[in-house]
Ligand binder design. Structure first.
Ligand code: NAD
Length: 240
C-alpha cells in the first residue's frame, strides 16, 4: 500500500497550499489524506488532487481524531503528518478571558496535535519512520493584545515539537515546526485594513506572506533528513 501524507486543516489557506505542494514535490508518490471539519472544502480539494482522499472530522474531539487515524490506516501507511488545523479566535481582552475560549483554543491548537502525534508516530515507528511538521505562529514568541490563549497554544506546540523530536528521533521519526507570520488566508482576511497596515509596518520585508511560502518551508522540513526539533520562522522578518 502507498505511503500517506496527512494534512489537517487541509480545507483552509495554508492547509490547501501544503497539500498541493506535497503532491507536486513528491511527484504524486505520497497519497494525501486531506482532513478538515469543513467537509465541502476538503472534498473539493480532493477532487483536484489525484489519488488523494478527504476525511471530514472535528479534530478537537477524540472521536474525530480516531476517525482520521482509522481512515488513514485503511488506505495505507502514514509517513508524513502536518498538524495545521487551527483557530485564532476568540480574541479577548485579558481581563475578559473565558474558560470556554481556553478550551476551544487549547483543544484544537495544542491537544489535537499532541494526540495526533502520539497516535501517528506509533504507526510511523512500526513502519520504519516518518516526519511530523507542526504549524506554530510568530505569536508563540510575541505578545498581541487579545491573543493570550492563542499564543500559549502555539508556545505549547513549539515545546511539544522539541519534546517529541527528542524522544522520537532515536526511533526514526523527526518532528519540526514552521512558525508563520502574517499569511494571507481566510484566517486573516477579516482583519481591519488599519490593523493590517500596522502589522505590515512590523515586517522587515514589508509584505504579507503567501500560503505557498509556508508550504515550501513545510516541504523543506519533510525532505531534509538532518533537521529535527527545529522551529522555522516564515514571517518576512516580523517583530525582529
Ligand atoms: P484557515 O482558517 O484558512 O484554515 C484553518 C482550517 O482549519 C480551516 O479549513 C478550518 O475548517 C480547519 N479547522 C478549524 N477547526 C477545525 C477542527 N475542529 N477540526 C478540523 N479542522 C478544523 O487558517 P490558516 O491561516 O490556513 O491557518 C492554518 C494554520 O496556520 C493554523 O494553525 C494557524 O494558527 C496557523 N497560522 C496562520 C497564520 C496566518 O497569518 N494565516 C499565521 C500564523 C499561524
Amino acid at each position: 500500500m502507498k505511503e500517506i501524507a496527512v494534512v489537517t486543516g487541509a480545507g483552509g489557506g495554508i492547509g490547501k497550499a501544503v497539500s498541493l505542494m506535497i503532491h507536486e514535490k513528491s511527484g504524486g508518490e505520497l497519497k494525501l489524506a486531506l482532513c478538515d471539519v469543513n467537509e465541502a472544502a476538503v472534498s473539493e480539494l480532493a477532487e483536484g488532487i489525484p489519488g488523494s482522499f478527504a476525511v471530514a472530522a472535528d479534530l478537537a474531539s477524540q472521536a474525530g481524531r480516531d476517525a482520521l487515524l482509522e481512515a488513514v490506516l485503511l488506505q495505507g501507511t502514514p509517513s508524513v503528518l502536518v498538524n495545521n488545523a487551527g483557530i485564532d479566535k476568540p480574541h479577548e481582552p485579558l481581563l475578559s478571558i473565558q474558560e470556554s475560549s481556553f478550551e476551544a483554543l487549547m483543544g484544537l491548537n495544542l491537544k489535537a496535535p499532541a494526540f495526533l502525534m502520539r497516535h501517528f508516530a506509533k504507526e510511523m515507528m512500526a513502519s520504519g519512520g516518518g516526519v511530523i511538521v507542526n504549524i506554530s505562529s510568530v505569536l508563540a514568541r510575541h505578545a498581541l493584545t487579545g491573543s493570550a490563549f492563542y499564543r500559549v497554544s502555539k508556545a505549547g506546540i513549539e515545546a511539544l515539537t522539541r519534546q517529541f523530536a527528542m524522544e522520537l528521533g532515536p526511533r526514526g521519526v523527526r518532528v519540526n515546526a514552521v512558525a508563520p507570520g502574517f499569511i494571507m488566508t481566510p484566517m486573516t482576511a477579516s482583519i481591519p485594513a488599519e490593523v493590517k497596515e500596522k502589522i505590515r509596518s512590523m515586517i522587515a520585508l514589508g509584505e504579507f506572506g503567501a500560503p505557498e511560502a509556508v508550504a515550501e518551508a513545510v516541504w523543506h522540513l519533510v525532505e531534509n533528513q538532518y533537521i529535527n526539533g527545529a522551529v522555522l520562522p516564515v514571517d518576512g522578518g516580523m517583530l525582529l
